[in-house]
Design a protein around this ligand. Structure first.
Ligand code: FUB
Ligand code: ZN
Length: 660
């Protein structure tokens, strides 16, 4: 029987690892963030007043909307994109409602939609700072204004909420925003021939197009993508016309087009540079628009940027953005561990980017990055209690360094309860709450099982796929494919890059040996029931880095399955830099249900510790060897660090050379 176009109808996540996180979003993070944006929570930014994200004692985000809607008196408070904290909360709530129906939450979310509708102007405009404080300056300083960024976040939220609950008003607000931007932006004589300082609207308009099929939204998304970098004096002209000394972020005026990824058209761009989240949100829109418009030049640009980032500028944990200065990418192979930025939002954006790339071409490398972020770089942005967050995600941290060295003050060693720039908390929340969207990629008659998160998924044609297994702790997985109509389709599986040397695929009890294409193994399915077992290699692996990266020479990271590990001071007497793994070091693995909400721990005795010298010992000496002693090293998953006592952490560990 010929299949009709395959599509997912419903996914239920059963994986204990992700079920815990998703329940946490529903029962802890969402109510907590609701209180936060309503100013009913104490804000507690720990560790350093200079830690990225900064200090604030309230959010005021809902209040800003109420003031704009005329429902409350008062002044605007917060960042010029404060509204987005509400929008991302709404988007997270939308996803939560798909797996944890809750009347109270839905009422809250409906009331937020009503409030947003009341705050929106008749022409669709919505950015409360401008409405409350400076209506005459709308769209006049786009380099810094975040108006399109904010509206983009609403559009994403509105689409998600409409899809989750059928709330038409939520979608109407989004369409009105799209219409407003469509009127104001473009190259007609009466339009602004400009672009936003912070991309986001591009990806949002592409989403809006997908749900409405209204071509104008896709055209506008394409305009913003293609216009970027074409008119390199646009921001300066606008700033000048709006007036000197009227910056929203004074430092941002001097950063230059390169920082905004607006120094040349994207088709000319060779690498990712400038503010990391801006570049990445842009890339998400770029890959999406390239696919929707079948534009090979844009697709090539997306490809080029993808490869630059993942092969030259990404940390082993998936974190991106090497510098606190401008929250930015720096240059290829520059990957310092103890000063990096690795903003949580940037990792979340990498997942979106990878998903769009995967939707354009089924390749295992995209799924590898989604997995890397989900289990490491993005996930470290949220504490195990769902109510504390990292904005910056370092690979090496030391509380004394963060307190004593201003250049490392942004490396917080405890998660905060909120930030004055609170972009990250709700970003990681919306990702976890929507993780079901990353399990499969459907392309014509192919169902690619991309993420090994246990689930039951119902497709059309009556097809049901059930994945059982305890990933990421176990590498043994079992898919049961039920196909009552005996439809003919292909079931494909991604072989993760860390298991490419050793893996097994067993179909109905028979070992399958066939070449992979782009890390993907494809199986034709016609039977009413098929069982596909996957067995991945869960031996702890020692990861080394390309020798162009100076910071990791002589060091290894330890990875088991998709999880990257780290050493923490609470488990290992500090300082951590004194440990040295022996050449053939092996690790024992144990799952500890009581530790860190249930986690897999690695331990080894194949390690030396350089003896710590007395403070009376000379700082320098001539031709002396360090004393070493036999030691023990305990490693925990990177995502779970900083959930116990404050202390040091290191992902990279020195490795003794053979003969030592
Ligand atoms: O500018 C809006 C958001 O604030 C960015 O995406 C983050 O990097 C933070 O700067
Ligand atoms: Zn952020």
């Amino acid at each position: 029987m010929k299949t009709k176009q395959l599509a997912i109808e419903k996914t239920t996540i059963t994986a204990r690892f992700w079920k815990r996180y998703r329940d946490l979003m529903a029962h802890e993070s969402i109510p907590y963030q609701w209180d936060m944006i309503n100013d009913n929570q104490q804000v507690d930014v720990v560790n350093s007043p200079f830690a990225a994200g900064g200090v604030a004692d309230k959010s005021h985000a809902i209040a800003n909307l109420k003031i704009a809607a005329g429902q409350m008196e008062g002044d605007f408070f917060g960042m010029d994109f404060q509204d987005t904290d509400v929008y991302k909360w709404l988007e997270s709530a939308a996803y939560v409602l798909t797996y944890a129906p809750d009347e109270n939450l839905q009422q809250q979310a409906d009331s937020v939609v009503d409030l947003i509708a009341a705050a929106q102007e008749d022409d669709g405009y919505l950015a409360t700072m401008f409405q409350i404080e400076m209506p005459e300056r709308k769209f006049k300083r786009l380099q810094q204004s975040h108006e399109l960024y904010s509206m983009g976040h609403y559009i994403e939220a509105g689409v998600a909420y409409y899809e989750a609950t059928g709330n038409v008003k939520a979608l109407e607000i989004a369409k009105k925003m799209g219409d407003c931007l469509d009127v104001h932006f473009g190259t007609d004589a009466n339009q602004i021939p400009g672009i936003p300082g912070h991309p986001e609207i591009e990806l949002a308009l592409a989403r809006l197009y997908e749900v409405t099929h209204s071509q104008k939204y896709l055209d506008l998304a394409q305009y913003f993508i293609e216009q970027r970098g074409r008119d390199t004096t646009f921001f300066d002209r606008q700033n000048e016309a709006d007036g000197v000394d009227r910056d929203f972020f004074p430092d941002m005026k001097t950063l230059g087009n390169r920082y905004y990824f607006a120094d040349q058209p994207v088709t000319e761009q060779r690498d990712a540079h400038g503010h990391a989240v801006r570049v990445l949100y842009f890339c998400v829109g770029l890959a999406h628009v390239a696919r929707l418009t079948h534009n090979p030049k844009l697709a090539e640009a997306a490809n080029r940027l993808w490869h630059d980032i993942v092969t030259k500028q990404m940390y082993v944990t998936g974190n991106v953005g090497q510098s606190v200065h401008g929250e930015a990418f720096t240059y290829d192979y520059d990957l310092p561990n103890d000063t990096n930025y690795g903003e949580t939002c940037a990792s979340v954006a990498m997942v979106f980017f990878a998903k769009q790339m995967m939707a354009s071409a089924l390749k295992g490398e995209y799924g590898d990055i989604i997995e890397k972020e989900l289990f490491n770089g993005a996930l470290s942005g949220i504490a195990l209690d769902g109510k504390h967050y990292f904005y910056v995600n370092p690979l090496e941290a030391d509380p004394s360094a963060s307190r004593g060295n201003h250049g490392k003050a942004h490396i917080a060693t405890q998660r905060s309860s909120w930030f004055n720039c609170a972009c990250c908390p709700a970003n990681i929340t919306r990702l976890i709450a929507s993780v079901d969207k990353y399990l499969y990629e459907v392309d014509q008659d192919v169902i690619l099982a991309d993420q090994y998160i246990a689930n039951t998924t119902q497709f059309n044609n009556g097809i049901q796929i059930k994945l059982a297994g305890d990933y990421p702790w176990s590498g043994d997985l079992q898919y049961t494919i039920t196909n009552p109509n005996e439809a003919s389709f292909k079931f494909a599986v991604r072989i993760p890059n860390w298991s490419l040397q050793h893996y097994q695929v067993v179909v109905n009890g028979e070992l399958i040996e066939q070449p992979l294409q782009d890390q993907i193994l494809t199986l034709p399915i016609t039977a009413a029931q098929t069982v596909v077992e996957l067995h991945f290699d869960m031996h702890p692996l020692l990861v080394t880095t390309n020798s162009r990266v100076k910071d990791n020479i002589g060091k290894v990271a330890v990875q088991r399955g998709p999880i990257v590990y780290c050493a923490e001071g609470i488990d290992n007497p500090e300082p951590l830099w004194l440990y040295e793994l022996l050449p053939d070091a092996t690790f024992s693995y144990q799952y500890k249900p009581q530790l860190l909400a249930g986690t897999g721990v690695l331990e080894t005795d194949d390690v030396h510790r350089i003896r710590e010298e007395a403070t009376t010992t000379a700082l320098y000496a001539f031709d002396t060897d360090k004393q070493v002693e036999q030691a023990h090293l305990t490693l925990v998953p990177y995502y779970a660090w900083a959930n116990r006592a404050e202390g040091s952490m290191s992902v990279w560990i020195r490795k003794a050379s053979a003969g030592e």
